[in-house]
Design a protein around this ligand. Structure first.
Ligand code: SAH
Length: 410
């Protein structure tokens, strides 16, 4: 160890202003199973293309009605029977209500970056609240989607985990976030319509970095990804443009590697040593740093897709130069060219005593990784002023920041 190790302070993760939930053994509570709540209404997007045909046949209709409904919802982004004039008027309302029930009620919309970043608060059928964040960049439009209401992973630096897991979202609820965002874009409501917006513009990239741990809701997240990527029966998006981010559920990472859908995979590592990661990421008690990195490497081997390592830079906690070196060593020990690192300066969350690393420390962290040959890009996080940045999504109806930002009438 260098003298720097002894000089640099080590802040330990602790919580202030809120109490982290603990299990019977006094460890941070982990919730893998979704609490049972009333099921969201069944929806076309929950079904496979074959099941959709079965369903319309059951309703006594010709099979091609399924394809018409798919087009209306996934391509024209509507669930309004009045817009579906190619369906016979008799029974139309009932058919649409059965297969395309409304799933998300817009509660609030906040904008920043001159309208290029929009955060939506949605209410689900049972009153559960989730958020998604839509971001326009030059040449792409990214939607950050939620996969669960709340989150059971209990990471102390992330606002979403503080209230625990409310429930898993259905595949259709996940997909509906994209459909609604596409509708907003089509209606010219993302950014200045004079400077942007060619006809047919839509979400090009999805990041599963909203509320929830996507791999703890595996089957529904995968169904949603299938719908997003299906060219004939879904939204026809590129799998490469979809990023699935996980805190490190190793068996689920393995499963994902075998799906044959080349999504971009991101591992939220945040510390290269178990001593610190045990405290920052409670799930590290199940799967250690080395196991998570092995699974990430396997993902690369099976899919050929370069993986991302997410690393929130927190002042004096995980931003030490020696940790950058250790991270690089662990990545290089598993080969070259398979991974890149995305440091994210910590976004403030309520009750958190931690702050983002200072600029020169961030730069030194990046410099060291690069010196070891690890491609590294500091991630630009959007929407801090509307609590819409990574780790800030809590979905309460009375956001502290709401008054400061621009609310948009739904
Ligand atoms: N549960 C998944 C996805 C949701 S979080 C996961 O953990 O990967 C999306 C990203 O934001 C993760 O990398 C997460 O660690 C990071 N994050 C959480 N809280 C943050 C904060 N306060 N500041 C910056 N990034 C944060």
């Amino acid at each position: 160890m260098t003298s720097e190790t002894t000089r640099a302070p080590q802040v330990r993760p602790r919580t202030e202003g809120w109490t982290q939930r603990k299990d019977a053994a006094g460890r941070p509570l982990l919730q893998f199973a979704s609490p049972r709540r009333g099921k969201p209404p069944a929806h076309l997007a929950d079904l496979t293309p074959e099941q959709r045909v079965e369903k319309v046949t059951e309703l006594g209709l010709p099979a091609f009605r399924a394809a018409q409904l798919e087009k209306h919802f996934f391509v024209h982004c509507t669930h309004d029977p009045a817009e579906m004039t190619d369906l016979p008027a008799a029974g139309r309302d009932e058919l649409v209500h059965t297969l395309l029930p409304p799933l998300l009620t817009e509660v609030r919309r906040l904008e920043t970056d001159r309208g290029d970043t929009v955060k939506f608060l949605w209410k689900l059928h049972d009153g559960a609240l989730v958020e998604s964040v839509l971001m326009r960049y030059p040449g792409r439009i990214t939607l950050c989607v939620s996969s669960q209401a709340g989150c059971g992973m209990n990471c102390p630096f992330c606002a979403t985990g503080q209230a625990g897991l409310t429930r898993n979202m259905s595949a259709a609820e996940i997909v509906a976030q994209v459909v609604r965002a596409n509708r907003v874009i089509a209606d010219g409501q993302l950014g200045d319509p004079r400077k942007v917006g060619h006809a047919g513009e839509r979400v090009s990239n999805i990041v599963f970095m909203g509320m929830g741990e996507p791999l703890a809701n595996y089957a529904r997240v995968m169904q949603a990804v299938r719908v997003m990527t299906d060219k004939k029966h879904g939204m026809g998006m590129s799998a490469r443009g979809i990023t699935v981010s996980t805190v490190g559920l190793v068996p689920a990472i393995r499963k994902l590697s075998d799906e044959g859908i080349p999504v971009t995979f991101a591992l939220s590592l945040h510390a290269p040593d178990d001593e610190l990661r045990d405290e920052m990421i409670p799930v590290n008690s199940r799967w250690k740093v080395d196991e998570a990195l092995d699974a990430a490497r396997e993902y690369f081997e099976k899919t050929g897709r370069r993986v991302s390592i997410e690393y929130a830079l927190i002042k004096d906690m995980n931003d030490h130069g020696w940790r950058a070196d250790l991270l690089a060593d662990k990545l290089n020990a598993r080969g070259r060219g398979w991974v890149h690192v995305n440091p994210i300066p910590l976004n403030p969350t309520p009750g958190s005593v931690w702050t983002a690393s200072e600029k020169p420390v961030q730069e030194e962290f990046v410099r060291r990784l690069e010196a070891h040959g690890i491609p590294t890009t500091i991630r630009d996080t959007r929407g801090k002023d509307i609590d819409g940045a990574c780790g800030q999504l809590v979905a309460t109806e009375s956001d502290q920041q709401a008054a400061a930002a621009t609310p948009v009438e739904a």
